[in-house]
Write a protein that binds this ligand. Sequence first.
Ligand SMILES: O=C(O)c1cc(C(=O)O)c2c(n1)C(=O)C(=O)c1cc(C(=O)O)[nH]c1-2
Length: 234
Amino acid sequence: MHGTPLTEEEFVTALRGLAPRYWGAHSFHHRLHAGELSRDELRMWAANRWYYQCVLPQKDAAIISNCPLPEVRRLWVERIVYHDGAAEGEGGAEKWLRLCEAVGLTRAEVLDQRHVLPGVRFAVDAYVDFARRKPWVEAVASGLTEMFSGHLMRQRVTDMLANYDWIDRADLAYFTTRIEAVSGEGKQTLDLVVAQCVTREQQDRAIAALSFKCDVLWSILDALELAGAQRDQR
Ligand SMILES: O=C(O)c1cc(C(=O)O)c2c(n1)C(=O)C(=O)c1cc(C(=O)O)[nH]c1-2
């Protein structure tokens, strides 16, 4: 049963209301920010998050392939170029690889995904699968976690520089660059979702999509936390 549509303000408030379920609140992120991760845990975090980073262009390509609107496809293609770069050795993915190297991983061991945990693979694959199967607006709405990520990434840069004295600002270029991009992208995504979701059913589906994405991100960190605890017991 779907009732009367929410006003724009109510809809945005409902979306933002999911903030407590965002991965910024996860204990693994708390430990990461507080400087409590061992070097090995930091390496596992970077190598596993690589899997998320490297499928993002496929997720965005799935949105494009399901979207009949040229004006949206034109916007969305920029996200693919952002991560993949306009040429070899450029783009977000390359910056993530440099962060991996800064925490002590070789490129080869990141690229062959040997450290990717089953739970992380499951969660990330579910995100791509969601974008392939669901109507494009829902897939776009699932990316609204970016509304919450700017603040978290800013905090991460400050905290990691303060709490891991062997990490330099240059090592965190992925985040410092991303912070700029995310404020624009987050607003663009929100405007698009608000414009497209005008019935209560569409609004409810968008809220459910964002809730699903919060679960995806949370599951990534659950898997990392559990793997760390299991290593400690050995
Ligand atoms: O560092 C973070 O906490 C964080 C979170 C998120 C997010 O909330 O999904 C993204 C990113 N970073 C990010 O760098 C990024 O490129 C990105 C793309 C997307 C997406 O769903 O399309 N989320 C995120």
